[in-house]
Write a protein that binds this ligand. Structure first.
Ligand SMILES: Cc1cc2nc3c(=O)[nH]c(=O)nc-3n(C[C@H](O)[C@H](O)[C@H](O)COP(=O)(O)O)c2cc1C
Length: 211
């Protein structure tokens, strides 16, 4: 697995860079190959496609997430190259977590609505609080990434019949992924290799009972 940390900071060798080094170290300890890159608004971000996970983070200055990262998303080609990527977000700032979640995190998230966000974290500037936050952030990333791999493996282990696939296609898109995953999970638990219309019905009943 590999990951790139894209970050921005006005401060050379400031607290954000130190924080990124700690995140990178913790990921590396877990066996992840990690690179870091400082954002420039108009850089070419095609390289992010080579990474399994893209971690984006920056400090907040005067109520705004640091500008090069935002500009790369808004004016550069970063957003385009993040399509279908699994990402994680962090912000470092002096404000409380609740204020940062409300005011600052949306500045990043509004540009990433189509992405799978594995984890997001507000990381305080105080070194004492940072350690736990970094550990939690990295653990969340790894756990959520593993889950996506498990889902993909599950998807490969069961087949869909043409009729069942047509049924799935007829469902509103926002429900498809959830129902596909739950039906595949049901099929695997029950030992079905092919998902037919009958399996879909049975899965629907089982799902109904759970709800
Ligand atoms: C000029 C300046 C403005 C800041 N404005 C804010 C702010 O509006 N909200 C906030 O929560 N933190 C603010 N902070 C705190 C920074 O986000 C925090 O110290 C961050 O770790 C700085 O990262 P750096 O060392 O990489 O520059 C500000 C810090 C500075 C130096």
């Amino acid at each position: 697995m590999n990951a790139v940390i894209l970050y921005d900071s006005r401060t050379k060798k400031g607290s954000t860079e130190a924080l990124i080094d700690s995140i990178g170290l913790k990921l590396a300890e877990a066996g992840v190959y990690v690179e870091k890159a400082k954002c420039k608004a108009m850089a070419d971000y095609r390289f992010v496609q080579e990474f399994d996970i893209v971690i984006l983070g920056a400090p907040v200055y005067y109520f705004v997430v640091s500008s090069q990262l935002l500009a790369a998303l808004i004016h550069g080609n970063l957003k385009k190259n993040l399509r279908h990527k699994k990402i994680a977000l962090f912000l470092t700032c002096g404000s409380s977590e609740s204020m940062a979640t409300l005011l600052y995190l949306p500045q990043l998230k509004m540009h990433l609505v189509r992405n799978k966000i594995l984890a997001e974290k507000i990381i305080a500037t105080s070194a004492r609080l940072q350690k736990d936050a970094i550990d939690e952030f990295v653990d969340d990333i790894l756990v959520e990434y593993d889950k996506t791999l498990h889902k993909r493996a599950l998807s490969k282990s069961v087949q869909w019949s043409d009729e069942a696939m047509q049924l799935l296609d007829s469902i509103p898109p926002f429900m498809q992924s959830l129902l596909k995953g739950r039906t595949e999970q049901y099929a695997q638990e029950m030992g079905y290799k092919v998902i037919t219309l009958a399996v879909c019905d049975a899965a629907k009943d089982a799902l109904g009972r759970e709800i």
